[in-house]
Every structure is written in structure tokens, then in C-alpha cells.
Design a protein. Structure first.
Length: 299
């Protein structure tokens, strides 16, 4: 059932901003941990541990509210499966592309999924493509090209290609969320995705596996727990305030990624990459703010 979004008190808005900032910090740490282990282990294995270590926290989150068994009986299995498979593919491709690019550049390309939604929504959801959104997408994709900086060699194209494919599947996942029945709440959606992801990637370990060391296993445990915590903080934040109000703060993860990349791997952004990142962030942010529904409207 649609919910009436009311004007949130200032204290609630400030708490939402704080939760969003914490969420983005968690995701930035997750990406840094993912890059560390992705340079040693296959992407399917990294994805498996990210899912496996997230199952228990996701299950515990589902214990609140309506009985889980009742929610599962009415679950939109087909819609949830399509969403989970596309998001799982996006995660695996992102982990696979991380070793080939600077962390902040990789995350910036991943953020282009919001621009791909602009292009895909008219085709898949029959939404009207606004001229301003088309212009924003064009500017954003120009920024992606500036970050990618292709020189025609296979080595330089592999990482960006994997990350762009990840963004494409991520966009399909975002679109699929709109198709899932409204009776499926966010915690059940997270649990279904995590369990299915653990099962699918677990089966893939028969084809690609490298036994992790104990310290690396600890990193992957932290990766799974922090990813689930980040999802929880994000969900609470967007329930208390308009998504467009919080949109500027989601891009703080790029700042953290730039810092982690410099400290851990000595990554320094070129001027061209910096301008490209600003174009990606600016165009996606403009769409989020301009498409914000009026306060008090039904969303």
C-alpha cells in the first residue's frame, strides 16, 4: 500500500543524514576490503563469502515485525528472483573489476547505474524520458569515458568493461525493485537476495576456488557483516527522509574510496578522472533532486 510521506521533523532529518553518512562509510570500507581480497581470490569466491557471512545478520533483521513465515508465503518469488540474480551478477562483476582500476574510479563507474536507469526505464517501464534527464545521462556517460580513458589495449579495457557490465545489471536490479509486489518489505528482500546469492555462488566454488588464509577469511567476514550493516543503515535512513534529500550524501563514499585508495595502494586521481567523476556525480545528483516528489505527496 502506498505510504503518505509527511514532512519529517528536523531532528529526524539530521538523524537520517547521520545514518546515511555511516552507511556510505560502511560501503566504502566494504569496497576497500573487497579490492584487497579480490586481488588474491576469484570474484565468485569473494561474492560467496560476502553473501554467506551476511545470511545470519539478514535473518536476524527479519525477526522484527510480521512473522517471517507469513511474509515468505506471500513473497513475489519470480520478481525477487529476477532482482536477486541481476544484483548478484552486478556484485560479482564489480568484485572482478576492482583489481584493474583505482578504487574511487571503480565506485564512480558503478554509480553510473543511476544514469543507465534513465535510459532503460522508458524501454522496460514505459516511463517518459524527460529531456533534462536525457541531457544528464549524456553528461554522465561523458564522465564515464573520461574515467575509463580507453587506449584500445585489452588490459586497459578489461576493468572498465567489467564495471560497466556491473552497472548495467545494477540498473536492471533497480528497475526490478519497482516491479516487486509492495507487500514484500525491504528486510525480506535483503534476506532472499543473500540466501539465493550464497547458494548460487556456493555452487560455483566447484569451478573456481582458492583456500583462503585465516587473516583473509577474517577480512571476508568483516566484508559480509559491514555490507549488511550498511544496507540496514541505508534502509532506515531512506525511510525517514526523501531519497533526493539524502542523495548528496551517498557520494561521500567516493571521498572515502579516494582516501583509502591513496593510503593503501598509493592511488592518485588524474585531473581527467577527477573531472569525469564530478560529471557522473553531478548528473546523477541533478536527476535525483529534480525528480524529488513534493513533500506530503504519495510515493
Amino acid at each position: 500500500m502506498p505510504q503518505l510521506t509527511l514532512v519529517a521533523p528536523r531532528s529526524h532529518a539530521l538523524r537520517s543524514v547521520g545514518l546515511m553518512l555511516l552507511s556510505m562509510f560502511c560501503f566504502a570500507v566494504v569496497d576497500a576490503l573487497a579490492k584487497t581480497v579480490a586481488m588474491k581470490y576469484p570474484a565468485n569466491e569473494v561474492t560467496f563469502f560476502r553473501m554467506a557471512f551476511g545470511v545470519l545478520p539478514a535473518f536476524l533483521l527479519c525477526l522484527r515485525g510480521q512473522p517471517l513465515a507469513q511474509r515468505l508465503r506471500h513473497l513475489d518469488v519470480r520478481g525477487q528472483t529476477i532482482r536477486a540474480v541481476t544484483l548478484l551478477g552486478a556484485s560479482a562483476l564489480f568484485f572482478a573489476g576492482l583489481p584493474y582500476m583505482a578504487l574511487s574510479e571503480a565506485i564512480s563507474i558503478a554509480y553510473s547505474e543511476a544514469l543507465l536507469v534513465i535510459v532503460l526505464a522508458p524501454l522496460l517501464l514505459r516511463e517518459r524520458l524527460l529531456p533534462r534527464n536525457a541531457l544528464a545521462a549524456l553528461l554522465g556517460f561523458t564522465g564515464v569515458l573520461m574515467v575509463v580513458k580507453p587506449d584500445g589495449t585489452e588490459a586497459s579495457l578489461l576493468g572498465p568493461s567489467l564495471l560497466l557490465a556491473s552497472a548495467f545489471l545494477g540498473a536492471l536490479s533497480m528497475i526490478q525493485i519497482r516491479r516487486i509486489r509492495e507487500t514484500d518489505d525491504s528486510t525480506t528482500t535483503v534476506l532472499y537476495f543473500t540466501v539465493l546469492g550464497a547458494l548460487v555462488t556456493g555452487a560455483s566454488l566447484a569451478f573456481s576456488w582458492r583456500t583462503p588464509t585465516l587473516p583473509d577469511l577474517g577480512l571476508m567476514l568483516a566484508l559480509g557483516l559491514l555490507a549488511t550493516l550498511g544496507q540496514l543503515l541505508f534502509t532506515i535512513a531512506v525511510r525517514r527522509a526523501h531519497a533526493a534529500t539524502l542523495a548528496p550524501y551517498t557520494y561521500t563514499s567516493i571521498i572515502w574510496a579516494s582516501l583509502f585508495g591513496y593510503v593503501i595502494w598509493g592511488e592518485v586521481l588524474s585531473l581527467l578522472s577527477l573531472v569525469g567523476i564530478l560529471l557522473i556525480v553531478g548528473s546523477a545528483l541533478a536527476v535525483a533532486v529534480l525528480d524529488q516528489p513534493p513533500e506530503g505527496s504519495v510515493v
